[in-house]
Design a protein around this ligand. Structure first.
Ligand code: COA
Length: 704
């Protein structure tokens, strides 16, 4: 792991471009460093000044004649290269480049940014930015940024690719009473990236939860590697913007069209144990929950409320987010029955009714938190004449501390009458919400994290025998020699067989006589399919005839296919017609792979057939995640196709184990052969015993 002490805990800081003029960013940075209580040495660098803010100024870093851990650079873009060079020569360990005008402004800027990175590499300096706000660490303490204000001390680290977002969040955090350990603005990420920073925050003893706002990820493979380890130590919550489906639109296969970068991010986050949120609110709700509450042991929620309606809303939300309403033990039910008014509801949600004062909240909350069937609690309070919002807030905080292995969230529904109570809750770091749903959503995130931690124990990858690497290598090489990128049906069939994937037998015939001859050996019935590298969806152009029982039918079908295809696509190169044995009935599913630029091969599973893109009943995993049967089965169960496989409406169940084996082998194949760019097996027919890949499309690319 990188040592980023120079960034978060430097012993000396030079501020290049420090200015006496309060309007300048260089002034704000120096002022922030000084006022944050930073205890190391401070060197303002300015060729025109003797002293700034009471500190001796130096004309350049070279004039300091002492070692310098960190230089924060805030000079116009045209001077940055020279300044970086000076820093390198002076042995500075690392830079924060605040200056804008690099990659983000176009080609010229990109050139400058590359020069800057090259200088850093040459001198072994690390760099944050350029085009960033800087860093803050409340525990060092250090405010090495030009932001207005310094966060309250806390245990949340925030890493943001957007500087504007970072400073806005900082300002908002004061109002919310949220504390932070680190604030980091990544800027253009020319050197240090969100991955390095996540890794560092995971090792920071003052950070309990890591929040990220990112627009893109610099290195998908490393992201998954680093985050998979980091998220075992502490929760990572990411808000990712800029989801694009451009890649998906350009794809030619079913899988490619289904995939898109969003699915790849989704799969990568899931594999790495990263919790993804869609809104800023969700990001902070989860941050507040993780930073102050224990992680729930399971998903059983108790709700205590003084109003029926919000109790039902909370119950609905519990179901919506896949959590469970706790079923109390008999002991708890008896306790509640004997102590609450007759009109109260003693089952979950516990409705202590509108005239509940603090004592009733205390009793009900304590009873539910003591119940072994309860993993977390939501306390809902609506203002009525006798309600005691502040006193109840004190009770909630007190009981939360007492039962400190179960998270508690407060839902104070109202405004003015509840303000004091809400203040008390936030001052005491107990997450409070104005409506039930966000509190349940936060609990769901925490529960999911707990699940990840439980499942994070390393498991032995499944051992796959019968994988014939050489045959696949030879087949792919032949296709490339033939200057093609799409495998013909019989070639794809060879690849499948070589990797132990049961596939329908496929042979290429170049005349109707040859087709008939093959059928003679193969036996009837058979299917015929057009063989052309240009035709992806054969049925659409009349290129498929099935259920042929005699030589006569085969010859007629051969002519019909040729006529139809040449009618629809007169220019398509035709290699002949594939003869395929007819395969037993079964549930038709799709197994495919498309390659994501960031994360590599992404495997899809779902309901197959020609409507796959319309129905979109699919689940995705990075191929690298599919190394155990358990993970494959989990992927299968996420789809409606699984209901069909289990045997829908009196049908016999299909062989899910055989299907899992096929998916596992596809995942291995696409990882072993990096040149495979897209793959569709649509359908894989899953029989009551065994499964068969019916229509296999594989696209490859030329590798250097
Ligand atoms: N070494 C040391 N000091 C230098 C210097 C050098 N090579 N070159 C210039 N300076 C001094 C200047 O004399 C000036 O000091 P002064 O006020 O005493 O004259 C100071 O550094 C700043 O230079 P100046 O030319 O006044 O620039 P500026 O402060 O107006 O702008 C930036 C500099 C970096 C703030 C500006 O170029 C910029 O990039 N702004 C955008 C920052 C941003 O938005 N970042 C991303 C956030 S998400």
């Amino acid at each position: 792991m990188l040592d980023l002490d120079f960034l978060f805990n430097p012993e000396q800081i030079a501020i290049v471009g420090a200015s006496k003029s309060p309007q300048k960013i260089g002034h704000a940075i120096l002022d922030n460093v000084v006022n944050s209580g930073y205890e190391g040495k401070i060197y303002p660098i300015n060729p025109k000044e003797e002293e700034i803010l009471g500190y001796k100024a130096y004309p350049s870093v070279a004039d300091i004649n002492e070692s310098v851990d960190l230089a924060i650079i805030s000079v116009p873009v045209k001077h940055t290269i020279g300044v970086a060079e000076e820093c390198g020569k002076a042995g500075v360990k690392g830079l924060i480049v605040i200056t804008a005008g690099f990659k983000e402004v176009g080609r010229e800027g990109l050139k400058l940014e590359r020069e800057l990175t090259a200088i850093c590499e040459r001198y072994g300096m690390r760099m944050l930015g350029p085009n960033c706000v800087g860093v803050m660490d409340t525990h060092t303490p250090l405010n090495g940024s030009f932001a207005t204000g310094f966060p309250n001390e806390g245990n949340i680290s925030l890493i943001s690719q957007s500087g504007a977002m970072l400073v806005s969040i900082l300002d908002w955090s004061f109002e919310m009473g949220i504390g932070f350990s680190r604030f980091i603005s990544t800027g253009n990420k020319a050197d240090l990236t969100e991955i390095d920073l996540i890794e560092s925050c995971a090792a920071d003893p003052y950070t309990n939860v890591i929040l990220c706002y990112i627009e893109d990820i610099t290195d998908g493979k490393r992201f998954v590697e680093v985050c998979s380890e980091a998220s075992k130590k502490k929760p990572i919550v990411i808000l990712k913007s800029g989801i694009s489906s451009a890649g998906a639109q350009a794809a030619s296969s079913h899988t490619g069209a289904l995939a898109g970068s969003n699915r790849a991010y989704e799969a990568a986050f899931r594999q790495s144990g990263v919790l993804r949120v869609d809104t800023m609110n969700d990001l902070f709700d989860l941050a507040r929950a993780f930073s102050s509450q224990p992680i729930p042991n399971n998903s059983r929620v108790a709700v205590v409320t003084n109003a029926g309606g919000p109790g039902i809303l909370a119950t609905d939300a519990v179901e919506k987010y896949g959590l469970k309403m706790a079923r109390f033990t008999k002991d708890t039910i008896d306790k509640l029955r004997n102590n609450l008014p007759h009109e109260a509801n003693i089952y979950n949600p516990v409705d202590i009714i509108g005239d509940a004062r603090d004592d009733r909240y205390r009793f009900a909350l304590q009873a539910t938190l003591e119940d072994e069937n309860v993993d977390s609690a939501i306390v809902i309070l609506c203002p009525a004449a006798v309600t005691e919002p502040e006193k109840t807030a004190q009770t909630i905080v007190e009981l939360n501390k007492k039962y400190n292995n179960k998270p508690v969230m407060a839902v104070y529904i109202g405004g003015k009458a509840l303000a004091e109570g809400k203040n008390y809750l936030s001052e005491n770091a107990l997450p409070s919400f104005t409506f039930p749903e966000p509190s349940i959503s936060a609990l769901e995130g925490m529960t999911r994290y707990n699940q990840f931690i439980k499942e994070a124990e390393p498991v032995e990858p499944a051992e796959l025998t019968d994988t014939d690497y050489d045959t696949v290598r030879k087949t792919l090489d032949q296709v490339l020699e033939d200057r093609r990128v799409v495998l013909l049906g019989h070639e794809a069939s060879t690849v499948m067989s070589a990797y132990g994937i049961p596939v329908s037998k496929t042979y290429l015939a170049t005349s109707e006589e040859e087709a008939a001859e093959i059928c003679g050996k193969l036996g009837y019935p058979v299917a015929l399919k057009i063989s052309s590298p240009r035709i992806a969806h054969k049925t659409d152009v009349g290129g498929v005839e099935i259920g042929l029982h005699s030589e006569k039918e085969v010859k007629r079908a051969y002519r019909k296919i040729m006529e139809q295809v040449t009618h629809f696509l007169p220019d398509a190169p035709i290699y002949g017609i594939e003869v395929q044995d007819m395969v037993d009935e079964g549930v038709e599913v799709i197994v495919g792979m498309s390659k994501d630029v960031q994360f590599g091969p992404l495997v899809v599973f779902g309901l197959g057939g020609i409507y796959v893109n319309l129905i979109e009943d699919v689940s995705f995993r990075l191929a690298s995640a599919l190394d155990t049967y358990d993970e494959v089965k989990q992927m299968i169960t996420e789809t409606k196709a699984y209901t069909m496989l289990k045997g829908y409406r009196g049908k016999k169940s299909a062989d899910v184990n055989a299907l899992s084996d096929t998916i596992l082998r596809v995942a291995r194949l696409v990882q072993d052969f990096d040149e495979i760019t897209e793959m569709d097996i649509n359908p894989v027919r899953v029989h009551t015993k065994g499964s068969t890949a019916l229509d296999v499309k594989i696209t490859i690319e030329h590798k250097e």
